[in-house]
Write a protein that binds this ligand. Structure first.
Ligand SMILES: Cc1ncc(COP(=O)(O)O)c(C=O)c1O
Length: 461
């Protein structure tokens, strides 16, 4: 039986997905110590080599040995190790980075605001949404819609948008009643019997419209969405989903925020996930691959409409009183500038398009494996969901911990990937070559077969 979006079972799956940080187990086992990196490989403290199949945390786009990024940081540290962006000040790399980012941004995004993490970028985007509606004299328009299985970070506001119960339960979140929840657009899990993928997308959009109407369009400010949902299990939206959802958002004057903390900078085969899925964002958040994660930095790209609204009223509202000590820090900004230069020089989007079929087709070759329910993905991000019953899509009992078993066996086989419940995420550095992707597939094939043998021995299937 397919599981209905927003149902208790859907929430249970969401819970299961993040049910992996068991502090007691962690105490007993201790951490795995990764002490060296080079290209797409990392090495533990015993010298064992791993292919980093998740690029760290979906983030180390240029791999672990890019000397140019080290040099850019060193040079900036020598010239000006710190400055801030308060009171009309800034530093040269921050100006350079803003110009470069706006130069490659989706149409209409003309300003950049900097923070240090994806969660902070989401917090900033939420504040911009609220500030904008105050500025244009629509103070009631404040509610934000996010989706089941969304991941937007772990700050109090960003975790409130995150749609994974485990990330709420222990922390009394969401903290605000301004957050509304809508469907997860994952057809395989939430499509109904006999429903086409397009009809499912229509149903998601219809439900969104109903939610907006029930709440009152004058109270709904923005819709936050990852183009491909990452930590929720690498969930690729149903075909036509964003087209239909955006028609509804436009009708009720609801802002579209594209959370590209994972999808930005070529990951999906275009510079932005927004381009891959025809999203026209009013705000865009990015981080991770912005600096290849060598140093922490994130950005919110802002449309001229929002900027002008806020600018025109900023005096009356007491100025735009937002920022962090390390916003626009010159050292990560210099690393980010160098990262963007490398993307341009090496045509990173072309590189992704060139090698992506090796990953996508390579993983789809496992579709017939007895454990595999669905293989999904785009560009250099993919998910493999294992199930107890291929025909009915029945999930494994969460207690069986099949996903974590796959992750552990893959690790033994020299492949670092991430289990989100029973969905296994693949997101290698963007610089990976076809040969190494082939080696990832070999290690994953072995892992799946070992998992099957284990599951049969344990009578899990
Ligand atoms: C889509 C998305 N948004 C926000 C975040 C939060 O980023 P950070 O961990 O840098 O706070 C993440 C992190 O993985 C993410 O995937």
């Amino acid at each position: 039986m397919p599981i209905a979006p927003n149902s208790a079972e859907a929430r249970d799956i969401a819970y299961h997905i993040h049910g992996q940080t068991d502090l007691k187990a962690h105490e007993e086992k201790g951490p795995k110590i990764i002490s060296k990196g080079d290209g797409v490989h990392v090495y533990d403290d015993d010298g064992k080599e791993f292919i980093e199949g998740l690029a760290g945390l979906w983030s180390v786009s240029l791999g672990f040995g890019e000397q140019r990024l080290v040099d850019a940081a060193t040079k900036q540290l020598q010239e000006l190790p710190y400055y801030h962006t308060f009171g009309h000040k800034t530093a040269p790399p921050v100006i350079d980075l803003s110009e470069r980012l706006v130069g490659i941004a989706p149409d209409g995004l003309t300003k950049a605001v900097f923070q240090n993490s994806g969660s902070e970028a989401i917090d900033t985007a939420i504040k911009l949404v609220w500030c904008y509606h105050n500025a244009i004299d629509k103070p009631e328009k404040k509610k934000i819609i996010a989706r089941v299985n969304a991941y937007h970070g772990t700050g109090i506001a960003s975790a409130s948008l995150t749609g994974l119960d485990r990330m709420h339960k222990a922390f009394d979140l969401p903290v605000t009643d301004r957050v509304l929840r809508t469907d997860c657009p994952h057809y395989y899990r939430f499509g109904e019997d006999g429903e086409t993928e397009e009809d499912f997308a229509t149903r998601c959009a219809d439900n969104l419209e109903k939610l907006i109407l029930d709440e009152g369009p004058d109270t709904v400010a923005a819709f936050f969405a990852e183009p491909v949902m990452g930590a929720g299990g690498v969930l690729v939206p149903a075909v036509t989903y964003f087209e239909k959802v955006q028609a509804i958002l436009k009708k009720y004057d609801v802002l579209m925020v594209s959370d590209e903390v994972i999808c930005g900078f070529g990951r999906t085969g275009n510079m932005w996930g927004a381009q891959t899925f025809g999203i026209k964002p009013d705000l865009l958040t990015c981080a991770k691959a912005l600096s290849s994660s060598y140093l922490p930095i994130s950005a919110v790209l802002v449309s001229e409409k929002i900027y002008e609204g806020i600018r025109d009223q900023s005096g009356d509202l007491g100025g735009f009183s937002h920022g962090y000590t390390y916003s626009g820090h010159p050292v990560p900004a210099a690393v980010a500038v160098e990262t963007l230069k490398i993307y341009e020089e090496r045509d990173i989007v072309g590189q992704v398009r060139n090698v992506a079929p090796a990953l996508q087709d390579g993983l789809r070759a496992f579709a017939d494996h007895p454990l595999v329910g669905e293989v999904r993905g785009v560009g250099l991000i993919a998910g493999v969901e294992v199930v107890a019953d291929k025909a009915t899509k029945e999930a494994f009992e969460p207690r069986a911990k099949v996903g974590p078993k796959i992750q552990a066996l893959a690790e033994e086989n020299g492949l670092l990937i991430r289990a989100m419940g029973d969905s296994i995420g693949f997101c290698p550095p963007l610089i990976i070559d076809k040969e190494t992707i082939g080696e990832m597939m070999t290690r994953f094939a072995k892992t799946l077969d070992q998992t099957l043998a284990w599951a049969e021995a344990e009578k899990i299937i």
